[in-house]
Design a binder for this molecule. Structure first.
Ligand code: 3HC
Length: 322
């Protein structure tokens, strides 16, 4: 059925009244497309996001820290799976989404294209990257699309654990020897600006925000969320005794928030375009993992086909009730 202006207007009223949209409900094609774009990018970010941290599982400094990091990386895999499932309810298959990631057509978060050089990076990622993710994602628990909003509730709970895991590592290093403190500061210096970039381009350069906010997918703009993150994180850095690498950072009494320096948008757009320090390494690692996992997918499909054949032959031979 061709959509009418009236249907689009009724849809807008429906989501404005805070109703949830479910997979079989009518929705504007643009809404469906935006959701597939955002949810699949989000899923890819979770899966690619496992790589920088997985790099440190074998080098964690204690059994305790190794177990926690392992659990965290496994959580990210789970988040990817919930999100791919949510996107599939909109009619796009997981195979299509993964093919787009591997061909370089699909985007994923810029942040995962930076290298992890020391154990302190596990702290900075948990504290800043997962911290920024929570700042952005809590609002998504109220997204108008039911399957996405429900997936986000669990994801956000797990992200809070990740943020604390990272902050605990930073706390440990910041209260340690001078060498450990230097490692923590170095990690903060390298991860601060890329973490601010995670929120996306500034509001005047964000083509999707206005429509996504009208459809109640996003609730706050990229700049609002970035500001909230800065205001929340500055006191945490102070508590650690570390300095945020921004000479222009200062409290603005009149506005009741921090002013901060300019973001290097050339760097952001270069990373998003595939030219960050680790883009090709990340995609290559995902392609390799996919190829090496082919036998698992084949075995699972063969098993499912065998079970289905058994069920249908059992149904065919079942005596009919008199
Ligand atoms: N990295 C890569 N691309 C980005 C980006 C980033 N940090 N920020 C924005 N972009 C892209 C957008 O995807 C969009 O490209 P497209 O139109 O081709 O899809 C373009 O830049 C313009 O940006 P907009 O602001 O117009 O786009 P959105 O309205 O979609 O806002 C967003 C971008 C804030 C990232 C939003 O999509 C969002 O909230 N997504 C869900 C959360 C998410 O994906 N987070 C990834 C973080 S990592 C993570 O969650 C893993 C955790 O374990 C740490």
């Amino acid at each position: 059925m061709a959509p009418t202006i009236d249907m689009e207007a009724r849809f807008l009223d429906y989501v404005t009244a805070e109703n949830k949209v479910e997979p079989k409900d009518w929705m504007p094609e643009g809404y469906r497309k935006t959701l597939v774009r955002q949810i699949s990018q989000h899923a890819h970010s979770e899966i690619v996001g496992m790589l920088p941290e997985a790099n440190w599982i074998t080098r964690a400094p204690s059994l305790r820290s190794k177990l926690i990091l392992l659990a965290k990386v496994q959580d990210e895999a789970g988040h990817g799976l919930y999100l791919y499932s949510a996107a599939e309810t909109l009619g796009t298959s997981r195979d299509e989404m993964i093919a787009d990631l591997h061909s370089g057509k699909a985007k994923y978060s810029s942040i995962f294209n930076y290298p992890t050089l020391s154990w302190a990076d596990m702290g900075a990622i948990g504290w800043l990257v997962d911290g920024a993710a929570i700042q952005n994602q809590v609002m998504l628990c109220r997204a108008s699309y039911g399957p996405y909003s429900r997936a986000m509730v669990r994801i956000c709970k797990e992200e809070s654990f990740h943020q604390r895991q990272g902050y605990e590592i930073m706390l440990h290093l910041a209260k340690g020897t001078q060498e450990q403190k230097d490692m923590a500061q170095d990690a903060l210096n390298r991860w601060w600006w890329p973490s601010l970039m995670m929120f996306g381009p500034s509001d005047d350069n964000s083509p999707n925000s206005a429509q996504s906010m009208a459809w109640r997918i996003k609730r706050k703009s990229n700049d609002e969320l970035r500001q909230e993150f800065v205001d929340k994180t500055v006191p945490q850095a102070k508590f650690l005794g570390l300095s945020i690498p921004d000479a222009d950072l200062r409290w603005n009494e009149a506005l009741g928030q921090h002013d901060f320096g300019s973001i290097d948008w050339n760097e952001f757009f270069a990373v998003v375009a595939g030219n960050g320090p680790c883009n090709s390494e990340r995609i290559e690692a995902r392609r390799k993992a996919h190829a090496e996992g082919a036998w698992v997918r084949e075995a699972a499909s063969a098993y499912a086909a065998k079970q289905a054949a058994r069920r249908s032959s059992a149904a065919a031979t079942k005596p009919q009730a008199a």
